[in-house]
Design a protein around this ligand. Structure first.
Ligand SMILES: *[C@@H]1O[C@H](CO)[C@@H](O)[C@H](O)[C@H]1NC(C)=O
Ligand SMILES: *[C@@H]1O[C@H](CO)[C@@H](O)[C@H](O)[C@H]1NC(C)=O
Ligand SMILES: *[C@@H]1O[C@H](CO)[C@@H](O)[C@H](O)[C@H]1NC(C)=O
Ligand SMILES: *[C@@H]1O[C@H](CO)[C@@H](O)[C@H](O)[C@H]1NC(C)=O
Ligand SMILES: *[C@@H]1O[C@H](CO)[C@@H](O)[C@H](O)[C@H]1NC(C)=O
Ligand SMILES: *[C@@H]1O[C@H](CO)[C@@H](O)[C@H](O)[C@H]1NC(C)=O
Ligand SMILES: *[C@@H]1O[C@H](CO)[C@@H](O)[C@H](O)[C@H]1NC(C)=O
Length: 372
């Protein structure tokens, strides 16, 4: 009898140990250090972390590791498969490199935010081929202009087939690399706001489903005919173009004509000329064709004015030099004057003498006589 009691006691102890162990395991599977977890959202924000916390709850749907000091993410950043994770926020870190296979264990990732980082390297193999990424934020994500072209080559791989929304604002792009969006066959929303873009070349925005294109606050002075024609081929496309330094000369004529007839520019009333001076802050919609000229009449006038002033100055200088020469040569001139005077006097005296001779009757007779 006592023997059997001993056994049950032993069993109870074992069960208790088991429960304890389970508790410890659950705690490990629970919330990582420096994170807060609620329902299926894990937040590890502004904690000076330099890596993604490991042992995340396997049922995590949304993970926020923002405002930390993570400089690289690689396949080791997500060692366990997180099948339910759809939203990943990594903005405001000091991310420099996004390495290959990093999102391999997040097969259902839909939303990715890498904004405000310092990315120099972005592996072309970062995303698995069957990824489900739809919304991607790369606003202010890159280190500087020098790294844009290579860092963006992952977009050309052509495996972001479900991407609908891409935010590339606040990057120093300047020009759009050739065919950069061509592989994004589902892209509808594209923001290129404040990206120092100076021109849109023919074909760079050749994305069939594009629906919303934000080009505000760039450095566009005009849009060429070919680009306008491309926009017109997508009647569903809405554009935002305000905050660009439009130059209202003859080259913008096609754009003005197009703006007046198109309803594709959502902020068309907010487009204003920056140049020339006479049209500053003038709405593009109110500019008349006759005002758009490249003769630069105003400029010509000022050029003429300055050349007149210059001519005057040159003449004044020549005058001054002339006077100076006269002054420096004053002695010589005096001598010269005296010489002339003397010569005149001699001449005059000679004349006078001859006159006197001629006028003296006696001498006249004498001369007549002598002639004889
Ligand atoms: C992208 O991130 C920036 C900064 O974190 C934010 O201001 C912006 O609204 C985000 N873009 C989208 C489309 O959510
Ligand atoms: C980008 O940063 C690198 C390294 O700091 C520098 O050498 C390069 O000049 C920068 N490029 C631009 C366009 O600022
Ligand atoms: C525009 O983008 C630059 C980076 O290219 C950034 O430094 C600046 O803060 C952005 N401006 C605004 C108003 O967001
Ligand atoms: C996409 O653009 C439409 C307007 O065309 C806007 O209503 C929608 O919120 C945008 N979506 C995203 C994710 O930015
Ligand atoms: C631009 O296109 C319009 C209409 O398609 C045409 O009338 C105009 O002549 C073109 N301008 C140039 C410079 O090709
Ligand atoms: C623009 O590119 C398309 C092909 O991408 C070409 O057919 C068309 O002629 C080009 N237009 C101009 C004006 O270069
Ligand atoms: C035009 O600019 C005004 C003032 O800057 C702003 O309030 C308005 O929302 C803008 N309109 C559009 C369509 O962006």
């Amino acid at each position: 009898h006592s023997h059997s009691v001993m056994i049950t006691r032993k069993n109870r102890l074992g069960v208790m140990h088991l429960l304890l162990l389970l508790g410890v395991v659950l705690a490990c599977q629970g919330c990582p250090e420096k994170c807060t977890c609620s329902s299926q959202t894990v937040k590890c924000q502004n904690q000076d972390l330099n890596a993604i916390p490991h042992s995340l709850p396997t049922n995590t749907k949304a993970l926020f590791v923002t405002g930390n000091k993570i400089s690289r993410i690689s396949a080791e950043s997500f060692p366990t498969r997180l099948l339910l994770l759809t939203d990943l926020y990594l903005s405001g870190n000091k991310m420099e490199s996004v390495e290959e296979m990093v999102f391999e264990n997040l097969p259902n990732l839909v939303r990715l935010d890498l904004s405000n980082n310092k990315i120099r390297i972005f592996s072309a193999k970062a995303f698995p081929d069957d990824n489900k990424l739809q919304i991607f934020n790369l606003s202010g994500a890159f280190f500087n202009h020098s790294y844009m072209n290579t860092a963006l080559s992952f977009l050309r791989v052509g495996n972001l087939l479900q991407l609908t929304s891409l935010d590339m604002s606040n990057n120093d792009l300047v020009v759009l690399p050739d065919g950069i969006f061509t592989g994004l066959s589902s892209l509808t929303n594209l923001s290129l706001q404040n990206s120092s873009i100076i021109s849109i070349q023919n074909g760079t925005l050749k994305v069939p489903p594009l629906h919303d294109l934000d080009l505000r606050d760039n450095s566009l002075r005009e849009l060429p005919n070919a680009t306008l024609a491309e926009f017109s081929l997508k009647p569903d496309l809405q554009l935002h173009l305000a905050g660009n330094p439009w130059r209202c000369d003859c080259f913008i004529e096609d754009l003005v004509v197009w703006l007046k007839s198109s309803d594709q520019v959502a902020d068309v009333h907010n487009l204003t000329c920056v140049e020339p001076e006479g049209l500053t802050r003038h709405p593009l919609l109110q500019v008349e064709k006759s005002q758009l000229d490249c003769n630069y009449a105003g400029d010509m006038k000022s050029v003429l004015e300055t050349s007149y002033v210059f001519l005057g100055l040159v003449l004044a200088l020549i005058g001054v030099i002339f006077l100076l020469v006269l002054y420096l040569n004053r002695k010589g001139i005096k001598r010269w004057m005296y010489n002339i005077r003397d010569a005149c006097r001699d001449h005059m005296e000679g004349y006078h003498y001859r006159y006197e001779i001629n006028s003296d009757a006696r001498l006249a007779n004498l001369s007549i006589n002598s002639d004889v």
